[in-house]
Design a protein around this ligand. Structure first.
Ligand code: PGA
Length: 251
């Protein structure tokens, strides 16, 4: 059976002390109460080493939100995948819509980052999703298909096993609008079909596909009940311990 995952994407929130306090609270909770889903905290870079120390004996996993497209060298301000790995983190997010839109990260660059992250021993949460205009003009399948083909499908089948896909309709991120459970299911099924076409049925069936975009305790159960929705990538609601735990428990 494929793995269920709930990942928190803290984005650019919380100073070091606040972030470590939240990591500790979540770690403590899941030490006393096992969850059915794998829990991942994707923190800002500055929290990784400290959070890794806090999480090392528990069940909660750790990830970064971005990585460099180069291995090392004169790239002021960048953080490489192997540096992330060296903190003890196991995951990195690539292709988040905020990276695509604010930092102009395109499929080719995201492909480079993703390949490098996997080569560095990280698992990758690769995000895809359409903007509102694309949904309105019914181009959403085409858009997601292109993002996957150009960003991901150059990976070998062996490397692809380190991939989690997050479908995040951009119009639902941080807006309070959520895709309906049926809209999420329709796209997740489509994505699984694309992966099956490229890598075969077995790999596609094993692939964890997360939904992201204004996921909260009040809508998580319904969205996660869909057969191709294997958990969530949670932004705003991952900053509140109670909300995040409730979403994990919705799986
Ligand atoms: P949101 O963000 O839950 O705040 O909508 C999700 C994401 O961007 O990963």
């Amino acid at each position: 059976m494929r793995k269920k995952i709930v990942a928190g994407n803290w984005k650019m929130n919380m100073d070091l002390a606040e972030g470590l306090k939240l990591a500790e609270a979540i770690d403590t909770y899941f030490k006393s109460k096992a969850s059915k889903a794998e829990v991942i905290l994707c923190t800002p870079f500055i929290h990784l080493a400290g959070a890794s120390e806090i999480l090392k004996n528990g069940s909660v996993h750790l990830g970064a939100q971005n990585c460099a497209s180069e291995t090392s060298g004169a790239y002021t301000g960048e953080v490489s995948a192997s540096m992330i790995k060296s903190t003890g983190a196991q995951y990195v997010i690539t292709g988040h819509s905020e990276r695509r839109s604010y930092y102009h990260e395109e499929d080719k660059l995201l492909n480079k980052k993703t390949l490098l992250a996997v080569a560095s021993g990280l698992k990758v949460i690769f995000c895809c999703g359409e903007v509102q205009k694309e949904r309105e003009s019914e181009k959403h399948f085409e858009v997601v298909s292109k993002q996957l083909a150009e960003g991901l499908f150059s990976l070998s089948p062996v490397d692809f096993k380190n991939i989690v896909i997050a479908y995040e309709p951009v119009w639902a991120i941080g807006t309070g609008l959520t895709a309906t459970p049926d809209q999420a299911q329709e796209m997740h099924k489509y994505i699984r079909g694309l992966v099956s076409g490229k890598y075969g049925k077995e790999i596609a069936e094993d692939l964890t596909i997360l939904y992201g975009g204004s996921c909260k305790p009040s809508n998580a159960v319904e969205i996660f009940s869909k057969p191709d929705v294997d958990g969530g990538l949670i932004g705003g609601a991952s900053l509140k311990k109670e909300d995040f735990i409730a979403i994990v428990e919705a799986v």
